[in-house]
Design a protein. Structure first.
Length: 82
């Protein structure tokens, strides 16, 4: 997730720096921002301006899919010992 930009650089950095560490610690996939290319675009979000509409969801899915596929391959490789 990304922090809203009106809270100041120190708070933004502190918030965003928290997320990569657990990914490394627990050896899990890390997607820095799932709403990349969607957040802030009124044409891709519902009326609330936060949640993606159908087209926004398609973009999110396209963005996340390679990471999901990689995670599945890692899981299969560990399961089979390869």
């Amino acid at each position: 997730m990304k922090m809203v930009k009106n809270l100041g650089e120190d708070d933004i950095r502190a918030f965003e720096d928290v997320h990569p560490d657990p990914a490394v610690d627990f050896d899990v996939m890390f997607i820095p921002f799932t709403l990349e290319g969607v957040a802030g675009d009124p044409a891709l979000n519902r009326e609330d301006g936060i949640h993606p509409n159908a087209e926004g969801c398609r973009i999110v899915a396209d963005h996340v899919q390679p990471c999901v596929e990689k995670a599945i391959e890692r899981w299969r490789s560990r399961k089979t010992g390869g």
